[in-house]
Design a protein around this ligand. Structure first.
Ligand SMILES: [Mg+2]
Length: 222
C-alpha cells in the first residue's frame, strides 16, 4: 500500500502514532480532572466537562498542546502531574521494528509533534525513542500546530524535504488533511491510537491498522 521507492522522508507523529495514546487519554480524561476537581470540590465528571469545554475553545491552536497554558489556566503544575502517570507511557506495537527497517531502507525518520517541549522530553526520556530518529521537530518552535496550513511551508523550510517523496504517519485527521492539501505524497492514518479505546474510521484517508501491514518482510510471525 506504500510505494517505498517514491519515499525518502518519513514524518512520524508521536502521541497515538509511535506512542500509545492511552497515556494521554488517561491523563486528560481521568487523572487531571480528578486531581483538579478534588481541589475545587467537583466530582470527576463535572471537572472533566469544564476542562473539556475549555479544550474545545482552544482546539487546533498551540495553546491546546501547551502545558504552560494549561498550568496557568487550571492553576496547577500540569507537567508535574504528568509524571504521576509515567508508567502508562509506552510504544505502540512494532514501532522499534518499523523505525529500524526505515533506517535500513535509507529513509530519513523525522518525529514531528504538536506536543509541548517538556512533554516531548519527558516521553523521549521514558522510551528512548530518540535513538531511532534522525530529527525531531516540535510544532511550538514553528509557531503553528500541524493542523494549521501555515505549519507545512515552515516545516519544509526547516527540514528541506520534497513533499511528493514524503510519507506522513499520524492519528489526527485534521493534521493528515492539512498535509494532503500541502502536497505530502503519501499518508497513513493510525486506526487505533489508544490501545484501550475503539478504533477510528476515516473514510477519506488510508488507514494503518498495524505497522506489519506496511512491512510484511520484517513483521511476519515466526
Ligand atoms: Mg497524535
Amino acid at each position: 500500500m506504500i510505494d517505498w521507492s517514491a519515499i525518502d522522508t518519513v514524518l512520524l507523529d508521536m502521541d497515538g502514532t509511535l506512542l500509545d495514546l492511552h497515556y494521554d487519554n488517561a491523563f486528560w480524561f481521568e487523572h487531571l480532572p480528578r486531581t483538579w476537581g478534588a481541589r475545587r470540590g467537583l466530582d470527576v465528571q463535572a471537572a472533566r466537562e469544564l476542562i473539556h469545554a475549555e479544550a474545545e475553545r482552544r482546539r487546533g491552536t498551540l495553546d491546546f498542546y501547551c502545558m504552560t497554558y494549561w498550568s496557568e489556566l487550571l492553576e496547577l503544575d500540569v507537567a508535574a502531574l504528568n509524571a504521576e502517570l509515567a508508567h502508562l507511557i509506552g510504544l505502540r506495537p512494532q514501532v522499534p521494528e518499523f523505525l529500524a527497517w526505515l533506517q535500513m531502507a535509507g529513509k530519513r525518520r523525522v518525529l514531528v509533534t504538536n506536543s509541548h517541549r517538556s512533554g516531548l522530553d519527558f516521553k523521549l526520556a521514558r522510551t528512548g525513542l530518540d535513538a531511532w530518529l534522525d530529527a525531531i521537530v516540535c510544532a511550538h518552535d514553528l509557531n503553528a500546530p500541524k493542523e494549521d496550513p501555515a505549519f507545512w511551508p515552515r516545516l519544509r523550510a526547516q527540514l528541506g524535504f520534497d513533499p511528493p517523496h514524503t510519507l506522513l504517519v499520524d492519528d489526527n485527521a485534521h493534521v493528515l488533511r492539512a498535509a494532503r492539501d500541502f502536497g505530502i505524497g503519501q499518508l497513513l492514518a493510525v486506526a487505533q491510537p489508544d490501545s484501550k479505546a475503539e478504533p477510528q474510521h476515516l473514510p477519506d484517508l488510508p488507514m494503518l491498522h498495524s505497522f506489519a501491514q506496511v512491512l510484511p518482510q520484517v513483521c511476519e510471525p515466526g
